[in-house]
Design a protein around this ligand. Structure first.
Ligand SMILES: Cc1cc2nc3c(=O)[nH]c(=O)nc-3n(C[C@H](O)[C@H](O)[C@H](O)COP(=O)(O)OP(=O)(O)OC[C@H]3O[C@@H](n4cnc5c(N)ncnc54)[C@H](O)[C@@H]3O)c2cc1C
Length: 496
């Protein structure tokens, strides 16, 4: 689906003007303006929505970022920041008359300090590259999105990304000490500090998860943690999905915080197993992956405690990894679940809602009923310990109305998440994808408060506009079109 806003002729003229201004500030190799060059930037991981940007810039220094922002501010051009483009909610989707600012060339690890257990990195550094560089000191960066081989720390900061180990080690917001960023006016601002608690208002927490709407990240100080001496993972099988869900609640109620606690239903394990050969029990209705890490003694004790809880909760089988290679194999299936969906379906739509853990069973049953209602299959693979669902709705965009049904299915899942006391996003952000759902989750006064924060950082409203926070006009239209308690997918409302 293409989201155009201005006529092509207007854009061509504007492109020439803006490119000329940018050329005064940047080397020619940092500016892409021909459609064949800008095409790779037309979408992020939410590939159902595409838009060619007017121009793409690839600065390689903070000075160049400042220069781009000053030109855009002067010429009133919207800016869309972009890391690796793996985002799943359309946060980095371009605007037809806007500039995409890619951080691909801001990819240096500036400093690695084993004594303070911190690393200072530029925003385009890949998540996994931080841990790879820290490994020589026996350290690593804990938040591990499944996309960590590709996604950047700038994108992680903007989305407050999570991963399978975030239950124990926290999300991005818990693992970042300082962010250096450039405001729309070209001012450099540092939020947080190198010590554990920075003075003043906690603007760092406001900024983390702000989806590129408040400023451009140019440097990040992350915490590093010691690599545990050892880790083992349990794969527990359940004959019923709800029993697996109760086991999740039982583990937490027993006072155990596993290093990872993930669930995959049978559709997911059968989708992944032929692809990764992770050793999954494909006969089980659901499997849980529960990791313990620490010293050998700690791990042994926690594995025993978790096994006891899982058995009491009705696990039909329990397998414990016997080597590091087997542990990685168990995780490789989980980490490759999204790409594996491509083996059984031409397209998939990944949802991201969060619910109270005790509601997991109820919501998964609701999703199963929706599969019948919409005539589409759904694979559930998710961060069970955090109550963060990732239903993968399988569809074929070449079949008329399947995409629309997939979107409506996704919107109904989010409505159910809100109904049971949850939220419309866990870690993938709002972007464009869930902007209509924000009207259901928040009251106008709350949205206005969000806009006040946005205005304080970006009074001209040029940084990633029309993402994450819906305008009150959009919500008014949403209110008129809304069907009894449901939510409207993005494609149902135009840009406001
Ligand atoms: C297969 C797959 C698995 C995934 N698994 C997970 C997972 O387990 N957990 C999870 O949380 N997410 C996951 N994601 C989603 C995605 O990888 C994360 O949201 C990630 O943080 C995006 O990083 P990116 O560099 O690709 O950012 P992009 O997609 O390029 O951008 C994401 C947002 O960040 C903004 N942004 C990027 N760089 C900057 C900057 N320097 N300054 C300001 N704003 C900026 C953009 O404008 C956009 O709003 C997955 C995605 C895929 C495709």
């Amino acid at each position: 689906m293409n989201i155009a806003t201005s006529a092509p002729a207007d854009i061509a003229a504007r492109r020439a003007q803006v490119a000329a201004a940018l050329q005064q500030a940047l080397p020619a190799r940092a500016i892409l303006s021909e459609p064949e060059d800008t095409r790779p930037y037309e979408c992020d991981g939410l590939a159902a929505y595409r838009q060619l940007p007017m121009i793409v810039v690839l600065p390689d220094s903070e000075e160049q970022v400042i220069a781009v922002l000053r030109v855009c501010r002067e010429m009133n051009v919207p800016i869309v920041p972009r890391g690796a483009g793996t985002g799943l909610s359309g946060g980095a989707m371009p605007i037809a008359d806007g500039v995409v600012l890619s951080t691909a060339r801001l990819n240096r690890i500036v400093r690695m300090d084993a004594y303070s257990r911190t690393a200072v990195v530029q925003p385009g550094v890949r998540n996994l590259a931080i841990s790879e560089a820290a490994a020589q000191h026996g350290l690593y960066y804990a938040p591990d999105p499944s996309s960590q081989i590709a996604c950047t720390i700038g994108g992680n900061v903007a989305e407050n990304s999570g991963g399978v180990h975030c239950l124990k080690y926290g999300l991005t917001v818990h693992n970042v000490l300082r962010v250096r960023m450039v405001t729309l006016d070209g001012d450099v601002v540092e939020l947080g500090g190198e010590s554990l608690d920075a003075p003043g208002l906690d603007l760092l927490s406001v900024f983390i998860g702000s989806e590129g709407m408040l400023g451009i990240v140019t440097e990040v100080t992350v915490k590093l943690v010691p690599k545990p001496a050892t880790a083992r993972v349990i794969m527990a099988s359940f004959n019923e999905v709800t029993a697996g869900c109760h086991a999740v609640a039982a583990l937490i109620a027993a006072g155990i915080i596993p290093a990872g606690l993930e669930m995959m239903d049978q559709t997911s394990s059968r989708m992944v197993e032929p692809f990764v050969k992770a050793g999954y029990d494909t006969e089980a209705a659901a499997i849980l992956l529960c990791e313990a890490d620490g010293t050998v003694e700690e791990v042994e004790e926690e594995i025993a405690r978790m096994s006891a809880v899982l058995n009491t909760a009705g696990a039909s089988a329990i397998a414990v990894s016997q080597s590091e290679a087997e542990r990685l194999k168990f995780w490789s299936g989980r980490k490759n679940a999204f790409p594996a969906a491509g083996r059984i379906s031409p397209d998939y739509y990944c949802m991201d809602g969060t619910i109270p853990r005790k509601r997991l069973g109820q919501v998964l049953e609701g999703i199963a009923q929706m599969e019948t209602k919409y005539g589409l299959r759904c694979a559930n693979v998710f961060h069970a310990g955090d109550g963060n669902l990732h239903p993968l709705i399988l569809f074929n965009a070449n079949i008329p109305d399947e995409f629309e049904r997939a979107e409506a299915f996704g919107a109904e899942i989010l409505a159910l998440c809100v109904e049971v006391g949850g939220t419309i996003t866990g870690e993938h952000g709002v972007g464009i994808e869930k902007i209509n759902s924000m009207c259901a989750q928040f009251a106008p006064a709350e949205l206005d408060a969000f806009f006040s924060v946005k205005r304080a950082f970006d009074p001209a409203g040029l940084l990633n506009p029309d993402k994450a926070i819906p305008t009150l006009n959009r919500c008014a239209e949403f209110g008129k079109m809304r069907v009894s308690g449901g939510m409207l997918p993005f494609s149902h409302l135009p840009r406001f």
